[in-house]
Ligand binder design. Sequence first.
Ligand SMILES: NC(=O)c1ccc[n+]([C@@H]2O[C@H](COP(=O)([O-])OP(=O)(O)OC[C@H]3O[C@@H](n4cnc5c(N)ncnc54)[C@H](OP(=O)(O)O)[C@@H]3O)[C@@H](O)[C@H]2O)c1
Length: 275
Amino acid sequence: MQKKQNEQTKMKILVVGATGGVGKRVVKLLLARDYDVIALVRDAARGKKMLGDRVKLFEADLTIPQTLKPEMMSGVSAVICCSGTRVQPVEGDTPTREKYYQGIKFYLPEVVDSPEQVEYQGMKNLVNLVSQHIQPATDRVLSRMPKSQFILISSAGVTRPNRPGINLEEEPPAVRMNDQLGGILTWKLRGEEVVKASGLNYTIIRPCALTEKPGDKPLYAEQGDNLKGQVSREAIAQLSIQAVQLPEAVNKTFEVKEEDQPGNTNWKQLFAGLS
Ligand SMILES: NC(=O)c1ccc[n+]([C@@H]2O[C@H](COP(=O)([O-])OP(=O)(O)OC[C@H]3O[C@@H](n4cnc5c(N)ncnc54)[C@H](OP(=O)(O)O)[C@@H]3O)[C@@H](O)[C@H]2O)c1
């Protein structure tokens, strides 16, 4: 009886891109905090192996609207979207994507899928599903409900391609190579616009270069899309969960990197300092 009651009051969160570098960490952290987790994955067998039995898996592809089933949204009150166009070295990667996770500066990258399809059409498909089935912001009465309903992991640099006065030589590879990578940042920005126009409470997180390092450094956030640096995937996973919980995170878009020295982030302060 008690167990049933707990299950009824648990907040259910859908993680999109749950088998990715950030996504799998988000799932792990949510489970550790006793959330109910639904995972959207492209390969359920791989998802089960990676994420275990406590997660309910839905196999779907953002670019194929028919695969995005309403059942996926049953009882879901927030979405953390960690999907992104697959990038790999031109000569290919290992099955566990070891080269990708080393960071783009170590290889010549290419996109595997179309960024327009994944970042823009895919986002339209997902937001269409979510906004039809999530509880509208105005109806939220319970304090345990999420503050941001849609957390999007986007990227620093989305407004920099073709920005007048930008010195590409000083920019990270994703900005320099935006055209060769199918306009990946340009389409990510279009995806952000879809989320902002949805009417959902959102938080758009734009990380600098992602690393596999531990998330043991404080985060620094800024707006205006000029930030450069790096940030651990672990810390971005922590940040995205804070965005679900803190009202200060609602309807904010910002870039984020980590500081040089280890330490903790004051999450409330980080969000409150942004407009
Ligand atoms: N690499 C960087 O330095 C960097 C910097 C800033 C921002 N970002 C962005 O941050 C986000 C997270 O990065 P990450 O390193 O965790 O990426 P990742 O490991 O490549 O994970 C991306 C996830 O998206 C999923 N996905 C791709 N296309 C999909 C589709 N059509 N339908 C459903 N799922 C799809 C992938 O599924 P599979 O597992 O099936 O492939 C994967 O789980 C991405 O948006 C990335 O672009 C990256």
